[in-house]
Design a protein around this ligand. Structure first.
Ligand code: PGA
Length: 254
């Protein structure tokens, strides 16, 4: 059984002061809720204080990026060892905003995945197509190319530590989520790719999330799809009550 996983991607939002307030509120809402694994990914500046606040709670810490270098003269970069030391269990890698605004290639993402795993941090690897690619029937092709770059660098023992997130770019921050059927179709396809490359047991074990305009209004129907194992949430993770509704989607009445 794959435990549902809800990940909050705060992106470049929240000062340290604001983070403290948000995390304290979140703890009040979701503490003792064991049916979902909860991960928050604040900006680097808030990681330390987040770690302190979530100690002894069910909330787990993640980061939003990592350098593929070990250490040294790389001004502005943050290493996997630093994130390991601060207590990050997860890191979001290959987010479409990093791929498009910061020119990260699939090879860069694969190097970052390697680096994270070397330090015991689980990568949440984002894949997904643009609108024009969906409209021209290329969604599977894009997702398969992005996943293949990851498969290339990981063996069977390593791939089980990856979480994939299918995030169609046209659904991110637009309020226009993919339908549960469309999301599930691509997620099933990613699971098939994992099965073909590794084996069926691994494909059934690996968690694959959906991301893109997830909200309390659509989470239940998305999670009703057996292949969707959770959500990577941007906008709706910045408000404690809204985020807690996503975490406790099992209890939502619609
Ligand atoms: P959104 O962002 O929930 O605001 O659409 C999702 C993401 O970028 O991970």
């Amino acid at each position: 059984m794959r435990k549902p996983l809800i990940v909050g991607n705060w992106k470049m939002n929240k000062t340290v002061t604001e983070s403290i307030g948000l995390i304290k509120e979140m703890i009040d809402f979701v503490q003792d809720y064991e049916q979902t694994e909860v991960v928050i990914c604040p900006p680097f500046t808030s990681l330390w204080v987040a770690r302190e606040l979530i100690q002894d709670t069910n909330i787990v810490l993640g980061a939003q990026n990592i350098s593929y270098h070990n250490e040294g003269a790389y001004t502005g970069e943050v290493s996997a060892r630093m994130l390991q030391n601060i207590g990050c269990d997860y890191v979001i890698l290959g987010h479409s905003e990093r791929r498009s605004y910061f020119q990260e290639s699939s090879e860069d993402v694969a190097k970052k995945v390697r680096q994270a795993l070397n330090f015991g941090i689980k990568p949440i690897v984002c894949v997904g197509e643009r609108l024009v690619e969906r409209e021209t029937g290329k969604a599977r092709e894009i997702v398969s190319e992005e996943a293949a770059a990851i498969f290339e660098v990981l063996n069977k023992q390593e791939i089980v530590n990856i979480v994939f997130a299918y995030e169609p770019i046209w659904a991110i921050g637009t309020g226009k989520s993919a339908t549960p059927q469309d999301a599930s179709e691509i997620i099933k396809y990613i699971r098939t790719l994992v099965g073909n490359k590794y084996d069926e047991t691994i494909a059934q074990h690996i968690r694959i999330l959906y991301g893109g305009s997830v909200s309390p209004e659509n989470i239940k129907s998305l999670m009703a799809e057996p292949d969707i194992d959770g959500a990577l949430v941007g906008g709706a993770s910045l408000q404690a009550l809204t985020f807690s509704k996503l975490v406790k989607f099992q209890q939502l009445q619609l």
